[in-house]
Design a protein around this ligand. Structure first.
Ligand code: C5P
Length: 245
């Protein structure tokens, strides 16, 4: 099983390099696993990400790729060359798109390192009414999430991003080796913010999550280092359900 500090991913939902560096300086000497999403990536660009990798930070690039297979393949080749550890794409792009992404990730692998691909199944902002009436997809959101998780697995994707409430069911249908990366994490007593289906770090790990994504409980804390260390301590005392990451 990975060490706690390799399982907790700090979401750097920050506007620019200065804000990101300021936060990371507070966490020193730790080099946390960092998640870079649209906001920061579009501000700092790939060179900043490559420098973070060189400095020893594991990186999750949350860019949710979705396009025709060839375009996604070329995008993954560029991002794979940065050496990022995790990268998201939309499962609704279909099997050919996901297979092309996997091919590109293999092509840019170096030694034992390969960018692992994570599928976004259905965004948590989607409710049943939107799924059925706007997107024209019948059934429940939960059924659709499972269908897309299975499709992602068959297409060579390494795991999914999902809520802690979905991990158990997803692992039941995909097996424990398929990664579950879980946002919506809130240590007991912290503010939920706009997250609705939240879970504590230890419960998410017990449910089988391989990685936890934590943003505001760390980045918005009065003492980010203390908040981060408390999460690491909490999960280090938790038995995992699947027993590995
Ligand atoms: O600040 P907070 O802990 O809520 O941040 C969670 C992070 O996880 C954000 O970067 C958010 O975009 C991401 N995320 C999420 N829910 C999803 C997918 C991603 O909160 N379903």
């Amino acid at each position: 099983m990975n060490a706690p500090d390799r399982r907790v991913i700090v979401a750097l939902d920050l506007p620019d390099a200065e804000a990101a560096e300021h936060l990371l300086a507070k966490l020193l000497p730790r080099k946390p696993f960092i998640k870079v999403g649209y906001q920061l990536f579009y501000a700092v660009g790939p060179a900043w990400v490559a420098r973070k990798k060189e400095a020893g930070f594991p990186v999750f690039l949350d860019l949710k790729l979705h396009d025709i297979p060839n375009t996604v393949k070329k995008g993954v080749e560029s991002l794979g060359r940065l050496g990022v550890d995790l990268l998201t794409l939309h499962a609704s792009g279909g099997s050919a798109m996901m297979e092309a992404a996997r091919e590109a990730a293999e092509k840019t692998a170096s030694g034992t390192h390969r960018t692992r691909l994570l599928a976004v199944t259905q965004l948590t902002s989607t409710d049943r009414e939107m799924l059925n009436d706007e997107l024209g997809i019948p059934g429940t959101v939960g059924e659709h999430v499972l269908r897309l998780a299975r499709l992602a697995q068959r297409s060579g994707v390494d795991g999914v991003v999902c809520s802690g409430h979905e991990v158990r069911r997803i692992k039941e249908v995909t097996g424990s080796g398929f990664l579950a990366v879980t946002p919506g994490i809130r240590p007991a007593g912290t503010d939920a913010g706009d997250q609705k289906r939240i879970m504590t770090p230890s419960l998410a790990i017990k449910e089988g999550a391989d990685f936890l994504v934590v943003g505001r409980p760390v980045t918005g804390a009065a003492d980010p280092a203390a908040a981060y260390e408390a999460i690491l301590r909490e999960i280090s005392h938790t038995d995992t359900r699947s027993g590995h990451a």
